[in-house]
Write a protein that binds this ligand. Sequence first.
Ligand SMILES: Cc1cc2nc3c(=O)[nH]c(=O)nc-3n(C[C@H](O)[C@H](O)[C@H](O)COP(=O)(O)OP(=O)(O)OC[C@H]3O[C@@H](n4cnc5c(N)ncnc54)[C@H](O)[C@@H]3O)c2cc1C
Length: 397
Amino acid sequence: MLLSSSAALAQTSGVYDYAIVGAGVFGTWIARNLHLAGQRVVLIDQYGPANNRASSGGETRIIRMGYGDREIYTQFSWRALELYKQFYAKLDPTLFQETGFLWLVRPGDTYAASNLPVFDRLKIPYEKLDTTALRKRYPQIELGPITWGLYEPNAGGLLARRGVQTVVRETVRQGLAYRQASIVSRQGTTLKTDAGDSISAGTVIYACGPWLRKLFPDVLGKKINPTRQEVFYFGAPADGSFRAPKMPAWIDAGDTIYGLPDIENRGFKLAPDQHGVTVDPDTQERLVPATSVARVREYVKRRFPKLANAPLTQTEVCQYENTANGDYLIDRHPGEKNVWLVGGGSGHGYKHGPALGEYVAGILLKNKEIDPRFLLAAKPDIAAHGRHSTIPPPEKK
Ligand SMILES: Cc1cc2nc3c(=O)[nH]c(=O)nc-3n(C[C@H](O)[C@H](O)[C@H](O)COP(=O)(O)OP(=O)(O)OC[C@H]3O[C@@H](n4cnc5c(N)ncnc54)[C@H](O)[C@@H]3O)c2cc1C
């Protein structure tokens, strides 16, 4: 059982400084930071922390530093990596696996190269690999049009669902109030649960990932689009060639697909990065159609021929909660001073959990400034924008 202590189930009626709705990676790390800063905090989730409908509920997520010229995200990654390692060291070091991360780059792709000045400035280690080095190090990758690789040795895979559940369990052990309930209505900062009781707080933070638009259709109807995303695991050979250190996490942006090596014997993971159709996270079915499997198999045959006949051993269906340009949303509700909206992870938010929690706590408790990119006013309407992948184009021309 995730939360076995009586503290977890303790009655959470009463008044809190902060109520956080949503125990995904964002809400959980915000709750932890506020709780450790001495605030009275309650964390609430309808289906449970990192549940199998939530965006944070998958097996694994990549942490990489490269964000092109969007340096703030590189800084978040670097800080989050430090915080993840620190936090997991005592509790369960397997929750971060340092597999490295490999950008597979082809002619005309300027994004990977745009990371280099940022890495140099922030002293983030990397290696540039030409095709000879790539073939020698990764003989299981058929390079095709790929002309070089950018390798981040400190990057890797985070155990997503287990990670969030560990943070909640540990913070509850340290006194955080956690409540499993659906918030069905609200009046200012007083929340009504599906069980009919109320929870009151000085400030309410909605960190509801792909549900945010459903909860705030007037404000976020055109700003966050939850799209269906599919994930595939193929049975890896017994020789370890698809496990770290022989195989890193990787992205092949030219084919709009990325993946992770075999972690915890779950298989070799591939995740197409094109945005799927708009979905409702409560009701979408999690079955993967044969056409999607065939498309991924065709790619696997081409890029990882050794896996051409590998069995598909597992699939996941999740959703990205996309803003039009991939920037997160961190802002007050435009009509309610003590209500905050945090989300828009846009297919890349998991890695930043601890850094984002620290950042949001700094805004709330120390009056730190919000980078303008995170404000609601900086979010273009989804319909007017053609973005369709996690790797955005460079910002500066
Ligand atoms: C297939 C896939 C691959 C990805 N790969 C990566 C990756 O490699 N690296 C990376 O960094 N990121 C990745 N991401 C993105 C990342 O997982 C998300 O950005 C992140 O998990 C979003 O977290 P969240 O806390 O905002 O939302 P969620 O995890 O969805 O949490 C929101 C929570 O709010 C709760 N909630 C909603 N409404 C209510 C209500 N009314 N009452 C109570 N609770 C409510 C829900 O139950 C849910 O638990 C990936 C995402 C997907 C889908």
